[in-house]
Write a protein that binds this ligand. Sequence first.
Ligand SMILES: O=P(O)(O)OC[C@H]1O[C@](O)(CO)[C@@H](O)[C@@H]1O
Length: 548
Amino acid sequence: MSSPTELTAWQKLTAHKQEMAPINMVSLFAADPQRAEKYTAQAAGWTLDYAKNRANDKTLALLTDLAKEAGLESAIKGMFSGAHINNTEDRSVLHIALRASQAQDSLIVDGVNVLAEVRATLKQMEKFVAQLHSGEWKGYTGKRITDVISIGIGGSYLGPKVVAEALTPYEKDGIKVHFVANIDGSDITGKLKLVNPETTVFVISSKTFGTLETLSNANAARDWFVSNGGSQSDVSKHFAAVSSNVKKAVDFGMAKENIFPMWDWVGGRYSLWSAIGLPVAIAVGMDNFYALLDGAHQMDEHFRTAPFEENLPVIMGALGVWYINFHNAQTHALIPYDHYLRAMPAHIQQLDMESNGKANLLNGDGVETDTGPIIWGGAGTNGQHAYHQLLHQGTRLVPVDFIAPLASHNPIGEHHTQLFANCLSQSQALMVGKTLEQAEQELRDAGATAEQVAKIAPHKVIKGNRPSNTLLTDKMTPATVGALIALYEHRTFVQGTIWGINSFDQWGVELGKVLGTDIYNRLVSDSDNSALDASTQALIKAFKKAQA
Ligand SMILES: O=P(O)(O)OC[C@H]1O[C@](O)(CO)[C@@H](O)[C@@H]1O
């Protein structure tokens, strides 16, 4: 595909941006009493209110045209039929298959029914989870398992951790699930202090079984296990793996039946729906894991079949492009007003930034536009007392997604009503702002002198007209959490398709890995570093001096 800037709709949007420049959102609401109703769409238990955007009917029609002209319809068909849309690795992209296996019999890709493989793995997970929870699975001294430590990083950590946390109210009693990711020894040391080797199972999650952090932590866990009572022959009772590299997992000491398969058609950041989600299934049970998959499948079906004008991932993806490419927005914030979803921005950050942090078109040419934004965020209301100041009065435009359940799992006092009120007030304040006249009147009403009013009022002006989406659901359940994450996965794909990039490879992380190994070798040897830049040389010297 050539640059999206050459598309007719892109050029029309460039001109349309000028038309829209003097119009603010408040006046769009005033001009159209149906606006809130019209700019609301629903899917898979979620309602998207996208009325608080710098967009009118023409904007939305042009954005839909852009998605169509960029080939989104055939890209979606390609994904769902198993075409090799990950062109640099010549792979299908089939996280959608991981959640379709209960609803559909077969999906033949490259001659294989991938749904049969998915179902077989789910059965294997069912057995493992049931054995752990029933107490049938015993540790090396015959005791039942009380703790599971999941070791993985990137997509083999973030998705499962975030979903397990999001589903805290659904946790089953008896087994506590912990997560370790960082190669910083403090991470695993802290977790090992909480558990007993006799009653702990480690799940090593690594698609490649070749990731430095995961292998180092897995080795540390095995060393801890054998130096605290376990023996080498007991390792198979206490270690399981999720990996596409069975040989390496067996070499580590895993029993073959405790190795759960992965496929090259699942990208790391899209893998929580596979056996990489095993820690989630252990934490909340297979019934809830199936409900999670089903929720995501509902969103998949919506994405696959709904007209673009009503399609949540398409609407959100296209509006994102509108701000990134036509309003120069550099970042996008996700603010869940739900304590259990507080870590979700970190997962969507990996999902989106590893997918769309690209500077080449599918054909290898350099892009001429900005691509993926910086994704960030955190839980409301905490952020209101931290970074929301910049959202309201800073010089940068930051589109925001507010995410909230209508009912809480912990309905104490007025907490949930207050939480929800804060969520709504933030999107309202971002849009409405405060004029100089309002600020002056406010100060006068509070008894300020004319001099004080003149001095303070300009600082209280909030320009407003800042866009946001609001996503509402009845309650955070396994199904709605699954649908929510699937929504962001597809939103990422929509944007990647409009930009004409491959959202499913991640070559950029490789250089850091290679250089990391090189520097490690220099830190542990007397190598000649004179060819390195002076800064790196000095930093190596500082480290070696501290170790001496
Ligand atoms: O599951 P693995 O192979 O250990 O990879 C972990 C993560 O590393 C990455 O390849 C990036 O470094 C991610 O895409 C992936 O989720």
